[in-house]
Design a protein around this ligand. Sequence first.
Ligand SMILES: [Zn+2]
Length: 373
Amino acid sequence: MRLLAFVLLIPAAAQTPAPKPVMRYGVPVKAGPMDTVLLRDYDPESSLAAPITKLPKARVPVIDVHTHTSMNNIKTRADVDAWVRTMDEVGIDVSVVFTGATGAEFDRQADLYLKSHPSRFQVWTSLDTARIEEPGYGDRAAAELERCYRKGARGLGEITDKGWGLDGGPDRHKARGARLHADDPRLDPVWRKCAELKIPVNMHIADHPSCWRPLGPRQERGPDFQAFSLYEKDVPSYEELLGRREKLLARHPGTIFILCHLSNQGNDLAGLSGILDKYPNLYLDFSARDYELGRQPRAAAKFLSRYRNRLLFGTDMGRDAEMYRGWWRLMESDDDYLPGRTGWRLYGLALPVDLLRALYADNARRLLNWTRP
Ligand SMILES: [Zn+2]
């Protein structure tokens, strides 16, 4: 399976006794050592002589609206302190932290971040999905949300439905039809409570469309992403999940939804524009979609400018200083041929400073609830 591209370049003709080289665009394609290179090992050294812009710090202060306690491996006060030092080095003013927790664990994390660095973090709570079949589920979940709000929560998320339901995953899920999806009426009290408390919801609906395509020679993203495959799994189609997204947005116009990762539709900016035009309560973060922006730099720069009041910067990629700096190079430089995580090459967007200000911080300042706990 991983021989992929290289094997395909050489059809079976290469193994017969007197192979006649296949001509492709005037080049004789012959068998050779490249044919057995595994796709996961393919790491070409570029000869391109092009500038590499070093940007140690973002041009203007940044609010990162998408980070996770778990992914960033934050356990102690010392971990939080170390993170803040990195944030200072790279120009992150505030990180919005998804605690992934409710109840006592949420309270512990709220104290961990807010007691030590109250001005550097915003903590968000998660959704209690226990006993969803029992009567009064939505009201119970909304009550816990409000309790977390009083304890410091200023948002709900990241709430994820890749098709298994908000309360499930590949290893633990209900039968199709019994799953809790975002547009389920049982969740109405939760979304209404968010509107009442003026806190946004960050949701991950569906996933990158390549997840629904076979793992093989035509798979778009490289081997590092194959663990995300949903191909032939017991999940609804990509299109069905995006349809549920629309039902949710239409059903709760007073609730602010930030759909993360460009709503998993960054491959189709025209389609995404249509959804943004239709639902004014929809906002997007572009965390973990560096590769969608960077592979189409001209279209992406236009899109970011056109929807400059609806888009928010986030990372969702850990907390290494060089990770943040990779983002600054993509957003701010006009460098060509940046290395990308999917195996694709990216191109700097060279965004003007007023647009950077809107995307990096102004939208988050306007949209997020900054009242003190
Ligand atoms: Zn995330």
